[in-house]
Design a protein around this ligand. Structure first.
Ligand code: F0G
Length: 434
């Protein structure tokens, strides 16, 4: 039962073979999704199987993604899988962040603990397995940084040639450095993410290169396991809310699909509400959610949270469906709100990159407006590691962080390094606050 590829557009729903190399529906241009039948899956048996696999030494079982492979059975066999032990990320209690966000308690599912430091690894291991199964030799993506870092790692480990396209001068150094170190052919293009995506799609089709952006339905399948693992860690108790940042909206699509399918299989009995957070200068999805109709792209998206600096999110039809199906919400937050929330996540001893902090910034807004109750059971997904963007951190703490319009942000929770003389007496006096 390898499933099928199916058009997501409700008025089309055309089906294709799971091994067809397609990114959008050839009939209507809609997004594609992998579709499976769940008959015969027993929730209690699955829970036991997944628990037992934690004791196994087999690489497939050690992966937090492939351990749950019954929920995305698109491969005939698993010989094409490349695993770097992705997934297995912690669920962390964060009382300081909870207080800041106006909640009694808050849990962070921290995807920054992945091998390349972001949630992209959950999807990339699945996308690369499909690429290898199809006999592809070259993979490509456009990226705001994390997808390219992840793709470069998995392609290197799996013997594929990686070609990445990034907006010149607009990605965090940590991410660019990763792609170079993993050996990817790296093109810096003088265009924004949305423009480069159009370019790469054309190249992929023309040159027979396999596209590993989140429009690739197999990446979405892998990212479903973020939700599966989180629910497993919570003893299958669904939270009231799941909060995540939204950029190209692949992750929102993956989370919603996972939740609906888990409910179908009987692993959970209710859907948590999805709360998607966007940066103020790159918030076309928030505007769509508020105003309805068709999406209106933001031509010049702007945010220091470069991971979510996207004005034409490809997966918006899926994401809108998922947010509505879960009775969810979409909110936008300012640069200052992101920066301060990020510093508070740091004070928990946890830390994350700027895009991830949009979650806590949004929670603070939603509790203040009454849209989210103080006693809600909330899981926020931190999508990337603190060290992805050290430049941003240093600037914030030393009062040198300017927003995209050149306005200086407040260093509200700043923590400057202190220059001291090589003198124990003076340092001791300073430690006593003199
Ligand atoms: N958080 C981080 C750290 C990201 O890197 C991204 C997306 C998102 C959130 C948004 O996720 O696109 O699924 O809504 N980064 C992509 C990239 C676009 O190229 O690395 P989304």
């Amino acid at each position: 039962m390898p499933g099928i590829l199916q058009c997501f557009n409700p008025s089309c729903r055309k089906a294709f073979d799971i091994t067809d190399v397609l990114y959008t529906c050839p009939r209507c241009g809609g997004l594609l999704e992998a579709s499976f039948g769940w008959a015969g899956l027993d929730p209690e048996a699955l829970r036991c199987l997944w628990r037992e696999r934690r004791l196994s030494e087999a690489p497939l079982d050690k992966s937090g993604v492939w351990r749950h492979r019954e929920m995305f059975p698109f491969l005939d066999d698993y010989s094409s899988v490349v695993t770097l032990r992705e997934g297995n990320t912690p669920l962390l209690e964060a009382p300081i962040a909870a207080r800041y966000g106006g909640l009694d308690s808050l849990q962070f599912k921290h995807q920054g603990y992945n091998p390349s430091g972001s949630f992209k690894d959950n999807g990339m291991t699945a996308g690369v397995a499909q690429a290898r199964r199809l006999g592809m030799t070259t993979v490509a993506c456009v990226s705001t940084g994390n997808t390219s870092a992840s793709m470069a790692a998995y392609a290197a480990a799996g013997g594929l040639k990686a070609v990445i396209f990034i907006p010149h001068g607009n990605i965090a150094y940590g991410k660019l450095a990763q792609a170079l170190e993993y050996g990817a052919l790296t093109f810096q293009v003088e265009a924004n993410f949305d423009q480069i995506l159009a370019l790469v799609r054309e190249l992929a089709e023309r040159e027979g290169i396999y596209l590993l952006n989140s429009v690739n339905p197999f990446r979405i399948e892998g990212q479903k396991t973020i939700i599966i693992e989180m629910l497993e860690q919570r003893g299958w108790k669904a939270p009231d809310w799941i909060v995540l940042p939204g950029g190209n909206l692949g992750n929102t699509s993956a989370f919603g699909k996972a939740l609906r399918e888990l409910r179908e299989v009987g692993l959970i009995d209710r859907l948590p509400r999805l709360a998607v957070m966007q940066a103020e200068g790159a918030a076309p999805f928030q505007e769509l959610f508020e105003r309805g109709g068709e999406i209106r792209n933001v031509e010049h998206p702007e945010t220091l949270a470069t991971a979510i600096k996207i004005g034409a999110p490809v997966s918006w039809p899926k994401a809108l469906h998922e947010v509505r199906a879960s009775n969810g919400i979409v909110e936008r937050v300012t640069e200052q709100e992101i920066a301060d929330a990020k510093a508070q996540i740091g004070r928990c001893g946890i830390g994350c990159e700027p895009a991830s902090a949009a979650t806590l910034a949004g929670i603070k807004k939603l509790t203040a407006s009454g849209a989210m109750r103080r006693d809600s059971d909330v899981v926020a997904v931190l999508t990337g590691h603190l060290l992805k963007d050290p430049d941003y951190i240093y600037r914030y703490h030393t009062g040198q962080l300017d927003d995209p319009k050149g306005r200086r942000l407040e260093s509200t929770f700043g923590n400057r390094p202190v220059v001291v003389p090589n003198d124990p007496q003076r340092i001791a006096a300073m430690l006593k606050g003199k």
